[in-house]
Design a protein around this ligand. Structure first.
Ligand SMILES: [Zn+2]
Ligand SMILES: [Zn+2]
Length: 271
């Protein structure tokens, strides 16, 4: 089968590799669609610190069940279309023991610490697949990136009483905004790109949008909130927005950082 490799920063190659065979607890998927994540782009640019080369990218997946291991539950049938949780959890580290397997210390994400899904077939443990009769293949590839935003809103313990500012309206930020709107919070979306802000406004007209390149973020947040948002969720990954989140959130507010900043971040610790 064919597989797409990033062989080193800026270089790619399609190679022929052996088709995988499912272990007893695995299913074999034919890859139908993949999404390209910002982290895949960072891998291509040589800016993903978690990746070694050569690497097959992609962890946003829609696939069709082609073959099934002998210990897989009977409700899983060939022909089903599914997405995949691209993470592993060791079950032994402090995060896993604290019932937060998503934060496993030894996590291996598809396309990051191990080869990903940009190939014709992939084997995955049956516990890692999620079926939907409703979602299209394109929509299935969006489940993983959007679930990141939904998880961030859970971590921020957002309720309808909260005003939430979301820094960044990329695909992760849009997931955060959708999840916060679903919680009936008052949502403020911040970006420097009017195209992204307009898209948010078009899908979710109840959201207030701020272009922080053209408008004074601090002043507008002060004007439209009671001394700052209750929650700020950072979905950009820059030192400055890590700092802005802490500076602009209300006293005793909550800050959720989704990703990591690519450079070290310094804070003013006296308020
Ligand atoms: Zn991703
Ligand atoms: Zn673990």
């Amino acid at each position: 089968m064919k597989a797409f490799y990033i062989t080193e920063p800026g270089k790619t190659e399609i190679k022929k590799i052996k088709e995988p065979e499912p272990q007893s607890d695995e299913i074999l998927l034919k890859i139908k669609k993949v999404g390209l994540c910002g982290s895949d782009l960072n891998t291509f640019r040589g800016k993903n610190p978690l990746v070694s080369f050569p690497r097959i990218p992609c962890h946003e997946v829609a696939g069709e069940v082609i073959a099934i291991g002998k210990d897989v539950p009977a409700y899983i049938k060939t022909g089903m279309t599914t997405t995949v949780s691209p993470y592993t959890n060791c079950g032994k580290c402090p995060a896993c023991r604290n019932k937060r397997p998503n934060a496993c210390q030894f996590n291996q994400t598809l396309g990051v610490q191990r080869d990903g899904a940009l190939k014709e077939y992939i084997c995955v443990p049956w516990e890692k697949i999620y079926f939907s009769a409703k979602l299209s293949e394109e929509e299935l590839t969006l489940v993983e990136p959007f679930s990141v935003g939904f998880h961030a809103v859970e971590r921020g313990e957002i309720t309808q009483k909260d005003t939430v500012a979301v820094l960044g309206c990329g695909s992760i930020g849009v997931g955060v905004i959708a999840a916060a709107v679903q919680k009936k919070a008052k949502v403020i979306a911040v970006d420097i790109d009017d195209n992204k802000l307009n898209l948010v406004k078009k899908i979710m007209p109840e959201v207030t949008t701020i272009n922080s390149r053209l408008q004074n973020l601090h002043k507008i947040l002060s004007d439209i909130t009671n001394a700052g948002p209750d929650v700020i969720i950072e979905a950009i990954g820059l030192p400055i927005t890590f700092r802005v989140a802490v500076e602009e959130v209300a006293f005793t507010g909550r800050v959720v950082y989704i990703g990591y900043a690519k450079d070290p971040t310094t804070y003013e610790t006296k308020m």
